[in-house]
Design a protein around this ligand. Structure first.
Ligand code: NAD
Length: 259
């Protein structure tokens, strides 16, 4: 029970990595706000957590809408208590050559990853600073450090999220708030299932080739990095054993890109 008596909010927690983090946090004793654009799926994920014996609140929240983020964070404070852990995880991926990448789509990707992280941070620290504690966790990517063709919006946004997290290590430090980034490699979620055929098409290679390039560093069982692998890092960054870490980015990719 590493998060007993803690309150956490996880954005994009109705699916994939966010949901795995919310479930693990709840198993470790935290009261968890499951925030997602898809309110019905967020409510269902919260119900599942409660059915498993945890404490959860499902919230419809568009992280690009400042009023929605502020309202949601106030509801969390009223219902569960002030937030100790914020995981800015909501995200989308669009793979497209830059010459006809619609600017509107570029802005949507940047708005969700960077704007959403900014708005959640702004609302979360208002609850953390008065209590002089808190852990801000940002979902970066191997693309916070390495570029990839065809992912201009995503790579730029993920680099920017790393920058925001580093600022918050300095700005939040004097208030007792830590700030770190998780940089996963490929994890099988709806986001990635959509991306593999797009990358295969754009790179002119087979889907199997895309997957085999990704799995270069994985020696254990030939699978991608798993939801549990990423959630374990998110638990570490939320809990006491990582108390000395701030301004750090942890790559969890089984060696993809470092291989
Ligand atoms: P996913 O598609 O399974 O989940 C993303 C969730 O974000 C969805 O539930 C979606 O409804 C929600 N969302 C989208 N826009 C939103 C908005 N405006 N407001 C609130 N919620 C919104 O994807 P995932 O793979 O679990 O991705 C989660 C995070 O992990 C993203 O930031 C992604 O970039 C990052 N990531 C994923 C991988 C991977 O391989 N899957 C690798 C590195 C980083």
């Amino acid at each position: 029970m590493q998060l007993r008596d803690r309150v956490a909010v996880v954005s994009g927690a109705a699916s994939g990595i966010g949901r795995a983090i919310a479930e693990l946090y709840a198993r470790e004793g935290a009261a968890v706000a499951v925030a997602d654009l898809d309110g019905a799926k967020a409510a269902a994920a919260a119900t599942a957590i409660e059915a498993a014996g945890g404490r959860a609140l499902g919230l419809a929240m568009d992280v690009t809408d400042e009023a929605a983020v502020d309202d949601g964070m106030r509801e969390i404070e009223r219902t569960l208590g002030p937030v100790d852990v914020m995981v800015a995880n909501a995200g989308i991926q669009i793979v497209h050559p830059i010459e006809d990448f619609p600017y509107k789509e570029f802005r949507r990707v940047v708005d969700i990853h960077l704007g959403g992280s900014f708005l959640l941070t702004k609302a979360a620290v208002r609850q953390m600073y008065p209590r002089r504690r808190g852990s801000l966790i940002y979902m970066g990517s191997v693309h916070s450090h390495e570029a990839s063709p065809l992912k201009s919006a995503y790579v730029a946004a993920k680099h920017a999220v790393l920058g925001l997290a580093r600022v918050m290590a300095k700005e939040g430090g004097p208030h007792g708030v830590r700030s770190n980034v998780i940089c996963p490699g490929f994890v099988r979620t709806p986001l990635v299932e959509k991306q593999i055929p797009e990358q295969a098409r754009d790179l002119g290679i087979s889907e199997e080739e895309v997957v085999s390039r990704v799995m270069l560093g994985r020696t254990v069982d030939g699978e991608f990095t798993t939801l549990d692998d990423v959630a374990a890092v998110a638990l570490f960054l939320a809990a006491f054993p990582s108390a000395a870490l701030t301004g750090q980015s942890i790559t969890a990719s089984h060696g993809w890109y470092t291989a």
